[in-house]
Each structure stands twice: as C-alpha cells, then as structure tokens.
Design a protein around this ligand. Structure first.
Ligand SMILES: *Cc1c(COP(=O)(O)O)cnc(C)c1O
Length: 795
C-alpha cells in the first residue's frame, strides 16, 4: 500500500472513512495522523511477526534493555523514513491537499524520560533494529511523561503532560500477556524434600499489562519491540478499600519520577522500579520456558541490560525465580544471574546514586530484601577472605550499610559488566568513585562512549544537510556513518562551504520564525546562534553562560566602541519541580532576556531567548540552526553528554570544557575546530580534595565578575527583588561548588575567540565541515556494535 502513490491514496481515503465514519473533507489533521499511523502499523505487522519468528527459529540470543526512561519523541516521521516510504506518502498526501509536515506536527512527543539517559535508550533501540540485532526495550507506560513547561512572568510552571490524550496509534495492548507483580506481605520459610523453601503470602497483587510498540529499523525488515508496562488492579483484596487499592495500583504507572521527598513518594518510586523489573523478567522467563523448558542455560540465550541503577532489582528478582520457582541451589542461580545482567553507570554525582532505606525496602519487597541480604552477606564474606581484618573497606563496599541498600553496589556485584559512558567517565569510575570495586572486579569494568542515532538527528532533522552530504560523498554514510569522514576533503572547498552556509541559514530562518511565533521577539538571522539546550542543573552551568551574557550587556552599555559580532543566545531547559535553585536560574535567564531584548541602545547586537518546553521535537528544530554549541559543565561532572554530539553532527562548533564526550570530540576535530576553556577534571578533583577554592578572590579581583555578581542582588532586576540571592550566595557564601567564577575569565576569552573566528566566514565553515566529517564516530550504531560485541555477545 506504500509502493504506489495511487494505491496509497485510495487506501488512505478508504481507511479514513472506515475508521472515523466521515468523508475525507470532514476529517481533522488528527484523524489523518491516526489513519496514517494505523496504515503503517498494519504495513509492518508482517515483518514484526517474522522478526520474532526468525529470532526464535535461529535460537538467537536476545538482549532486553531495561530502562525507567525512554525519551522517544515523535514516531511518525522517523518510521516513514526508516521504512523508505516518506516520498510516496508525502507526494500522495500533497495530491490530496494535505501537507505531511502538518500531520507530523500534531503528534505529541512520547516524553517518557528526563533527558540524556532516556534519549540514549531511544537512540539505542533505533540502532539495534537498524543493525538487525535482536534487542528489545522494556519500560513503563507512564500515563503522564515529563511535565509540560510553561514560562509565566519568567518563572517555570509545570503542567501535567498528556501524551495519551488522543490514544497512541503505535501501541498494541496485549492483555493475555499480563504478569502479576507482588508487593508487601510476609515470607514463610519451611523445609521441603530436604531444602529450604520460601513462600511469599498475604501479598498485594498488581497486574502489569504490556503495550508493545514496534521498533522499525532503517532500510531493513527487522522490527523489534519496545514493551511498556501499565499497572492495573488485579483481584480485589478484601482487607482493603477497593477504591484506595485501585488508586494506589494505578499510581504506579501514572507519573515519571513522582516527588520522592517524603516516604510515600519513596515507596512509590521503589514500587515503580520493582514493577518494571518483575513484569519484564516475568515475561522474559515465561517466553524462555515455552521455548527451552528449564532455565539452566538462560544466560546463553538472554542478556538483560540495566540502564543505570533504577532496574537493578533485576538481580534479586532473577535470583528469586531461579531459587524459589526453579528450585536451583544458590551457586547455580548466582552463576546464571551474574552472567545475564550487565549495567551502565550514568553519573558520579553522589546525590544521584540511589540508596533505599531498609525500613522502606524490606516491608514492600520482603522476599527480594532477603535475597539482597544473602547476596550482601556472601559478598562481605568473600571480601573478608580477600582483605582479612580490613573492616573499613568492607563497610565501604557493602551493599547494605547504615540502614541503606546501595543500588550501585548491588549492580556491580550482581552483573558481569559495568560500563561508563565516555572515556573520562569510565576512568573516574575505575580510579575514584568505584575504585575499591575496580580493584576487586577489574575484569567487569569497561567503557562504551555514548552515541546518537544519526538517522533522527541528521537524516530526519536536517534533510537539506543530508542531501548536501550525499551529493558530495554518496549515500554510504547513511549505513556507515563513519564514512562521513570523506567530507573532510571538502572542508576548504568554497562551493561546498557556500552551500553549507545556505543550509544553515535556511534553518536559522526557520528557527527565527518559530522564536517569533513563540516569544514575539524578532532575532537577527545573520547573528551567531549560540545555543545551550539541556536539563537545567547547577553542574551544567547555565549560570556561567548567563553571567557572561550580563557581562556582554554591561560592556555594550558602557563602551560605545565595544565591537562584537551580533549574537543570539538561545536556551531551552526544564528544571526538576523540586529543584528551586535551578528554577531561579530559569528566572534569571528570562530576566536578562527581558532587559537585553527591550534595550534599544543594544540595537539588536545581543538577544536572549528562552524557548519553553524543551523536548525531542523541539530539539530537532534547534540543532540544525545552531552555530555554537554550549557544553560548559564543570569538568568531571558530565558523564558523557549527547547533546554535544547532535550539535556537532549538524555543523555547530563547540565551546566547552574538557568533560565527558567533549574530550573525545576534541580528539577527533583537534583544537583548531573547537573552543576549549576552563579547569580540567583533574584540577577540579584536586580542588575538591583540598577543600575547594576561594571564590571571593575572583569576585574581588575581576571587575567583570564583581559587576555581574552584584547585579544579582542590587536591584538591577527590579521585578525579581531578592529572588537571585540564593544564586549570589551559592557563588560567594557557599564557595561556588561548580567553579563558575573560577572559569569565568577563561570562558569569556573563549567566547571572544568564537566571535572573532565567526567573522572569518571561510574559516568558520571549514571548522563546521570538519565537525560534521568527524561526527560519524558518535553515531549510536558504533556504540551499539560495541555493546553487542563486548558485552552482550549478540549477532
Ligand atoms: C539529547 C537530549 C538531551 C541530552 O542533552 P545533554 O546536552 O547531553 O544533557 C536532553 N533532552 C533532549 C530532549 C535531548 O534530545
């Protein structure tokens, strides 16, 4: 139905009438979107079934990627592209008087994630399917994804997100495959046939109902599965109020990251984690038993990957099944489990390392807790044998200590592979954060530098640049992104440079139109588009960026001869609802924007834009239009970053610190094609080890810093009163934990370099081409090939 334009049109019209009981001319864009979505799902259903049959027949080892987040964004455009039917559909619709682009715009992003970690999971699914690898995702079908952000008077306001409000055409509910998940209750231990046996009773049952979404590979018939679990009430227990039970059950898959500042919230989050794990492993094991019977060789046919520590209960859950359901002994069960599970660490920020209080964990998951205790006791015994008498080390490495269950420790002990997400991050794990574990299990630790799917972030988001690349070097790069390196020979080619400039300008015009529609601010399309889009966090240092903008503003006001290339600073960022400091920075950006944008004296040389509700679909509009990529985290804090890779792939030049994957970008493009500034990770860590630095010295000795820091509290922003005092205090009273003032001068110098270099158009375009040429390494296809080979052993 998609090979022939006429056939497509006929099928589309007929299907629309059948589905909605109205004529085409009465249909809404939403009706058209849903019709198209249904047609695609039907079209791929044969391949979806065949992919599963093929995996089964070939006894392929399967990998299941468990993640609490999948930040998918929109699916229509990328499915059409991967299936190679975009042109037929676009042309056919055009003849019916419909713009495909309009239909794409009505799709609501599947925003089941916060940021990098969830987007990585989505990029990985795309690469797995596109490389014909047997890999599937398992997650939670949250009714509400990450909140929708509105900016009101410069402040962030959160609204519940409602991605399911018009249904979800991509999913298939599979009620017959529901899995029961047990919470609370008691555990009884008795002897049967000479072995200890456990019975978990008086439990509260929850039904996990799977919704399957097809993951369609690029130019292949492989269709893998993303299974998202929804929580529904099971048999109604008699001892509880029915309505309360229903509410509590449905709450499990209601919100992504419910507030966990109180115990009730903590219980809910732990419930979500066990729910995901028990449902996923329950369905994997059921499937496995149907094929192979017993689970003796489970690890030979199944790999289970846990994306950060949220799904780490997969370890005790698999142990529970092997011990209690299969009747295996501990050693055999442990062998299978620790050869099945692999783990990715995403952060070294200590506040982000999950630790659950026993008083919450034990009552909610009594049998799982017993197993974790046993794992801990055996591990501590092994440690004692290796390090006799070294209590301090054992205490530091224990899984359970001081009333807390440490999930990262459980992850390392119970898995066969622990990977960081960029070289520097993996080194910091090995030699600092997880040093003791590295000494004990050196063979488990490895690095897998993150990547992004070049199909969504270049081919789909930037078709104009993609065509230009293909005209120059042919189509090979689409399947083998590292072929982009061929572009290097065009770096100084004037004709190519000129065309690249045109493409960039086109996207800047489009973004300028979007900005005008959303904010009413007209930006200069020939100014430098300098962009920082990512979650708002102190370590990502949006504050450094905005303080520098304030400094530029001051200079423009004070020195009429100050010459600067016109610049538009663009921000997009959500702050966690309870993260008040981050929200004040959002307000600060907006206050600066208001002041700068309305100042006639500035004469358009400086503009500041905050785009609300940063998400995947907005990101796709922003990256192609960026000239400068802001990657300015405090060195050692950003595990990898993936936004940096999307910018690079679209020809933006990075201004950044030697942190995360920036270091590997630099390795490829060299100092001539990147603006590096600031402290190194080693310097930062050295400062931390020696009690920090004296931020007030920088405040006293650098007039620029003195001025902008004072402006936070001296009435410079009349509408914000004392709102920025905590920011002022963080910089001076609390000694500037993120080295904002320490790196200010170095950053300002680098920014000056950016402006000077941009004036040299040929030089800039050359740099841009080198960046695109070197970006192939950062395709998630390369990352997934490494996981497949080194960790999962899948083919
Ligand atoms: C890529 C991406 C991120 C991650 O950005 P970083 O700069 O690596 O933090 C976050 N959110 C969205 C919507 C993304 O597309």
């Amino acid at each position: 139905m998609f090979t022939d334009k006429e056939e497509f049109k006929q099928t589309f019209l007929k299907r629309l009438e059948m589905m909605y009981g109205k004529r085409f001319w009465e249909s809404t864009v939403l009706d058209q979107y849903n019709t198209l979505g249904h047609m695609i799902r039907e079209y791929i259903s044969k391949h979806w079934i065949q992919t599963n049959e093929r995996y089964r027949a070939e006894h392929k080892k399967q990998v299941y990627y468990l993640s609490i987040e999948f930040l998918l964004g929109r699916l229509l455009g990328s499915n059409l592209m991967n299936l190679g039917i975009r042109d037929v559909v676009e042309q056919g619709l055009k003849e019916l008087g419909i713009e495909l682009a309009h239909i794409e715009e009505v799709e609501i992003d599947a925003g089941l994630g916060n940021g990098g970690l969830g987007r990585l999971a989505a990029c990985f699914l795309d690469s797995l399917a596109s490389l014909d690898l047997p890999g599937h995702g398992q997650g939670i079908r949250y009714k509400h994804g990450l909140f929708d952000q509105k900016i009101v008077n410069g402040y962030q306001v959160e609204l519940p997100e409602q991605w399911l409000r018009h249904g979800n055409v991509w999913e298939v509910k599979k009620e017959d495959l529901a899995v029961e998940v047990n919470f609370w209750g008691k555990v009884e231990c008795y002897e049967q046939d000479g072995r200890l046996t456990f019975r978990h009773y008086d439990v509260e049952k929850v039904m996990a109902v799977p919704y399957d979404m097809p993951v369609i590979g690029y130019d292949t018939t492989t269709v893998n599965t993303l299974r998202l679990w929804s929580a529904e009430p099971a048999k109604f227990p008699l001892h509880k109020h029915v309505m309360q039970y229903k509410r509590e059950t449905e709450a499990i898959s209601e919100f992504l990251y419910p507030d966990d500042t109180n115990d009730e919230g903590k219980i809910l989050r732990l419930k979500q984690q066990y729910f995901l794990v028990a449902a996923s492993i329950g369905s994997i094991v059921r499937d496995y038993r149907q094929r192979y019977g017993h689970l003796q060789h489970f690890h030979r046919h199944v790999a289970i990957h846990v994306n950060d520590t949220h799904p780490v209960l997969a370890i005790p859950e698999l142990m529970r099944i092997l011990l209690d359901e299969e009747g295996m002994g501990w050693d055999e069960a442990w062998h299978i489990t620790t050869n099945t599970i692999s783990y990715t660490n995403h952060t070294t920020l200590s506040e982000a390392l999950e630790k659950w209080p026993i008083y919450i964990f034990q009552p909610l998951l009594p049998r799982i807790y017993m197993i974790v205790q046993e794992i801990n006791e055996r591990f501590c015994r092994d440690l004692w044998n290796r390090y006799p008498g070294d209590w301090k080390r054992i205490e530091e490495m224990a899984i359970i200590a001081h009333g807390l269950v440490k999930m990262a420790h459980l992850a390392i002990v119970g898995s066969y592979s622990v990977n960081g997400v960029a070289k520097i991050h993996s080194e910091i794990l090995k030699h600092r954060e997880m040093k003791l574990f590295y000494e004990y299990f050196p063979e488990k630790f490895n690095n897998k530098t993150n990547g992004i799917t070049h199909r969504r972030w270049l081919l789909k988001a930037n078709p104009e640049l993609s065509s230009l690349i293909t005209e120059a070097i042919g189509t090979e790069w689409i399947k083998q992104p590292e072929q982009l390196i061929q572009l290097k020979k065009y770096a100084t080619d004037h004709a190519f440079q000129e065309q690249l400039e045109k493409v960039k300008h086109h996207h800047k015009q489009q973004l300028a139109t979007y900005i005008y529609e959303k904010t009413g601010v007209a930006v200069d399309e020939s100014s430098i588009f300098d962009v920082q889009v990512k979650r708002l966090h102190a370590y990502k240092r949006q504050l450094l960026n905005v303080l520098h903008i304030m400094h530029l503003y001051n200079r423009l006001k004070e020195d009429e001869h100050f010459d600067m290339y016109p610049r538009t600073f663009i921000f997009g960022a959500k702050a966690s609802p309870g993260y008040h400091y981050a929200k004040r920075i959002i307000k600060l950006i907006n206050s600066v924007a208001q002041k700068v944008n309305s100042d006639e004296q500035i004469n358009g040389r400086l503009k500041v834009i905050f785009l609300e509700n940063y998400r995947v679909s907005l990101a796709e509009k922003i990256f192609p239009a960026a000239d400068v990529s802001e990657q300015i985290s405090t060195a050692s804090k950003e595990a990898s970053g993936t936004g940096n890779m999307k910018f690079m792939m679209n020809g933006a030049i990075t201004i950044g610190t030697l942190d995360g994957a920036n270091i590997e970008i630099l390795e490829r493009v060299g100092h001539d094609n990147m603006f590096i500034f600031g402290l190194t990770a080693e310097e930062v860590l050295h400062y931390y080890a020696n009690g920090g630095y004296h931020s007030y010295e920088y405040y006293h000795h650098d007039q620029r810093i003195h001025q902008v820091v004072n402006q936070l509290v001296n009435g410079f922003f009349p509408d914000a009163y004392d709102h920025f005092e905590p920011i002022y205090d963080s910089l001076l009273a609390h000694n500037d934990q993120y080295f904002v003032l320490r790196d200010f001068a170095s950053y300002a110098d680098a920014q000056q370099q950016v402006g000077a270099t941009y004036k040299n158009r040929q030089k800039w375009l050359e740099m841009s081409i080198v960046n695109i040429a070197c970006s192939g390494y950062f395709s998630s296809d390369r990352t997934i090939e490494e996981y497949a080979q080194d960790i999962w052993n899948i083919h």
